[in-house]
Ligand binder design. Structure first.
Ligand code: URA
Length: 481
């Protein structure tokens, strides 16, 4: 089989030219094999020369992706790219097909390369190798990237350190920047680099930015993987900093009152304002809500709309905020979205009288337009302020399950604003550890124009309500639909 051997330097251009040539000549992917000088051709492979490249039109997004994927360390990368390019010829829309497994794989590879480039930018540590009398300062670093990211990342360093000479040596390809020119060379042996003053500077810097009260060892290791530590001077300080973190955090806490009193008081007040929950008797909660001025929404709404339902309900249902009719009547879910909710809840066997139903935000947010009041989505600050009341309601009802209807409720309850359509039908842990079943908002169903899609979404919503009904009726949870 004809085998294409790509160079280790300028690989992206070489792959692009070769792929263009083979594609233009109509050579299908199963008639060639690909590799570079690190990979041996197969026993029966013969060297292939790409036909002269003609004009081939490919989506720009493919070119951008291929320019990253060629630097991945997977030996199948060139063949995968070519096979996908072959398919793209007749189906350019494939670049947008999120369900395509070949594209998904290439996207993952692209992401790995980007991540590796990011690590390189963050973790390369230069040492001074200049000699007395040199006209330009001179630095060298040893780095061991996971992928072949030296070449695509070199420009970043060239821009950043344009006024000095430097080299980044790796076990694979190394880069040299001398008198303003970049040069790449393969296979440089690991040099012995001098320890210099900047080494101690890194350690001191790291010790100073390290916050023991914020220590999360796993997160830290995923951001700064251990494999990079050996070439980073400051990493020597890490074990010691981790071991002493609890004691240092206690020390810091003890010293906290020495903060300027005004700043400390403001920070404490802000924290308390967000985290404290209702302390009074449960019955008085709904009345107390009417005096809420925690965010500006109270000034235009008719009234705050509290939750309603049994205070010992097994299920709590949380919507977004009261709408126009809810604002006027002072009760949640009585307008069009509430009527649709009632109808589907009925079909799902969910008895509204047995659940506690409320909203993430208790005042109606709207823009006046003539005689109507147009619903406006509450922003993250308003949701955060109103969580004080939601937390108080949860503390009062202590439900076994909370049903979050819509993205605002999901954000308030779980802290995550990730795509709801991808999360619906799943149970996540709420802020206090309570299970939160995520579902759509009935108003979303009302807004859907496409009848088929609305029918499908309604079926999901009904299935989610049926699951909640099982809990409200104290039956085992059925599986997600
Ligand atoms: N939408 C909501 O989220 N809550 C209501 O109470 C009414 C409409």
């Amino acid at each position: 089989m004809p085998h294409v051997t790509l160079p280790r330097i300028a690989t992206a251009t070489a792959w692009r030219d070769a792929a263009r040539g083979f594609l233009g000549a109509g050579i299908p992917p199963d008639q060639i094999t690909w590799g570079d000088s690190r990979t041996d051709p197969g026993l029966f492979d013969t060297p292939a020369t790409a036909p002269a490249a003609g004009t081939v039109t490919v989506p720009r997004s493919f070119v951008a992706m291929a320019d990253k994927v060629v630097w991945h360390n997977d030996p199948t990368r060139f063949a995968r790219l070519y096979a996908f390019l072959w398919r793209l010829r007749d189906a350019p829309h494939l670049m947008n097909d999120r369900g395509d497994p070949d594209l998904a794989r290439l996207r993952r590879m692209e992401k790995n390369v980007r991540r590796c480039q990011h690590k390189m930018k963050a973790f390369v540590r230069f040492r001074d190798i200049g000699q007395p009398g040199d006209t330009r300062r001179s630095f060298a670093a040893w780095f061991e990237p996971t992928h072949h990211t030296i070449e695509p990342t070199a420009q970043f360093f060239a821009r950043r350190f344009a006024d000095m000479d430097w080299r980044i040596l790796t076990p694979d390809v190394s880069v040299f920047f001398e008198n303003g020119h970049l040069r790449f060379a393969p296979d440089h042996p690991r040099p012995t680099l001098p320890q210099d003053a900047s080494e101690q500077l890194w350690v001191t810097y790291f010790r100073n930015i390290f916050n023991p009260a914020r220590l999360k060892v796993q997160a830290m290791q995923s951001e700064m993987p251990k494999k990079y530590w050996k070439n980073m001077p400051e990493a020597a300080a890490i074990p010691d900093l981790i071991a002493n973190a609890p004691a240092r955090a206690r020390e810091m806490a003890a010293k906290a009152p020495t903060l300027p009193p005004l700043r400390a008081a403001a920070a404490q007040a802000q924290q308390a304002a967000l985290t404290s929950a209702w302390q009074g008797p449960a019955d008085a909660l709904q009345e107390a809500l009417q005096d809420c001025t925690r965010c500006p929404l109270h000034s235009h709404a008719t009234q705050a709309v509290p939750g309603e339902g049994p205070q010992d309900a097994a299920v709590m249902i949380v919507g977004e905020q009261p709408g126009d009719m809810e604002d006027l009547q002072g009760r949640p879910f009585v307008g069009p979205a509430g009527q649709l909710f009632d109808q589907i809840a009925n079909q799902a066997g969910l008895d509204r009288g047995r659940v506690y139903i409320t909203n993430a935000v208790k005042h109606f947010k709207f823009t006046p337009r003539g005689r109507t009041r147009l619903h406006q989505r509450p922003d993250a600050g308003e949701v955060t302020q109103c969580r004080w009341w939601l937390a108080a309601e949860i503390k009062m009802v202590r439900p076994d399950l909370i049903l979050a209807m819509g993205a605002t409720a999901a954000l308030a309850l779980t802290g995550s604003g990730a795509n709801l359509l991808q999360r619906r039908g799943t149970i996540e842990a709420g802020r206090d550890g309570r299970p939160v079943l995520l579902t759509l908002h009935p108003a979303y169903l009302l807004r859907m124009k496409d009848a088929h899609k609305r029918q499908e979404a309604t079926a999901w919503f009904q299935a989610d309500l049926a699951r909640a009904a099982q809990v409200a009726g104290v039956a085992p949870l059925p599986r997600a639909v």
